[in-house]
Design a protein around this ligand. Structure first.
Ligand SMILES: Nc1nc(=O)c2c([nH]1)NC[C@@H]1CN(c3ccc(C(=O)N[C@@H](CCC(=O)O)C(=O)O)cc3)C=[N+]21
Length: 303
């Protein structure tokens, strides 16, 4: 079996961040303003802390203004809402990201709906969901993980995905559904499959493009992958050490990589695939939001 091309998400993310760094420098030169990103973390989940730190770092490396707000896990919903309101009205902040999941006593949809759609760099507000679904992708802010996955697909397959069969495994609002909308807009023939799909292996076997976003470690098996297919693995699952008798915990995707690599034409690794792209696209969205709020023209889309 020939080995698949391993898609280098880290390198592609770096090239995207480099382009954003250049564009942010030009913005600073012409307007004296930096894109401003605010990340809100409620509670101290260790994984969330790592991601939030990475986002903060990436923003600073791009020359952005970046602020991190950490609220106690037992903060009231009203406190979170009031912080969002304050960030909505802050002229130095162009992008607001409220790290999910929120503690159980806070209604996520209520918080997400309060974020000004123009500052919603996660693309989770119903206005942005609506624009994307209605085919107005370039006016929306597009969720970072699906946007990053599309960049990886285009860098791997070329700009034309038209006519290809795409199967998205997973139907979440943050990945599966927006990913399907993006692929549909690229004129792919799109299937959304999920845990209740009948004959899932055969559905996946029909795909030129497989996007796995189910959140179950190594659920998509190598034998499900059509020869030469392109596989985007969105899953990041931490397998604790004791379970496998290993010394350190390790990360695995939603695809059984070692099997799939013998079937796929190209495949993303975990880590080093979609994860770094998610952060790069957050920088893209923050710059886009800043330019729009400043009344500046749109730049060449990066995907
Ligand atoms: N409102 C909101 N927006 C998000 O975008 C959001 C969120 N909440 N909650 C949590 C998830 C998770 N997430 C990741 C981002 C980057 C990596 C990443 O950079 N991963 C690296 C390193 C992984 C590691 O070593 O832990 C990689 O895959 O190579 C992973 C996961 C964003 N999320």
């Amino acid at each position: 079996m020939p080995q698949a091309q391993i898609i280098d998400g880290k390198a592609i993310a770096e090239s995207v961040r480099d382009e954003i760094t250049r564009r942010a420098a030009a913005l600073l030169e012409t307007t004296g303003k930096r894109p401003g990103l605010a990340v809100v973390l409620v509670g101290e989940d260790p994984a969330s802390q790592v991601y939030v730190r990475n986002k903060d770092r990436a923003a600073e490396a791009c020359g952005f203004h970046s602020v991190k707000h950490t609220l106690a896990a037992d903060s009231s919903e009203a406190e979170v809402l009031s912080l969002v309101e304050q960030l909505n009205n802050d002229p130095d902040i162009h992008g607001i990201l409220v790290q999910l999941p929120l503690p159980g006593h806070i209604e996520e949809s209520k918080v997400l709906r309060l974020i000004r759609p123009e500052k919603d760099v996660d693309g989770f507000h119903p206005v942005n969901v609506g624009l994307l679904t209605a085919g107005e992708r370039d006016s929306a802010l597009v969720p970072c993980t699906p946007a990053g996955s599309l960049v990886l697909l285009k860098r791997t397959l070329g700009d034309t995905l038209s006519g290809k069969t795409a199967v998205v495994v997973g139907r979440s609002n943050i990945v599966g559904k927006p990913m399907a909308s993006l692929l549909l807009q690229e004129s792919c023939t799109v299937t959304i499959a999920h845990s209740r799909t009948k004959d899932l292996p055969d559905v996946v076997r029909g795909a030129d493009i497989v996007v796995a976003a189910v959140g179950r470690p190594e659920m998509v098996k190598g034998s499900w992958i059509r020869d030469g297919a392109t596989v985007i693995d969105v899953g990041i699952n931490r397998i604790p050490a004791p379970e496998r008798g290993e010394r350190k915990s390790r990360l695995v995707g939603d695809v059984a990589f070692d099997e799939a690599v013998g079937h796929a034409g190209a495949i993303t690794p975990v880590p080093g695939g979609v994860g770094p792209m998610t952060i790069a696209m957050l920088m893209v969205n923050t710059l886009t939001a800043a330019r729009r709020l400043l009344g500046l023209p749109e730049e060449e889309p990066l995907f």
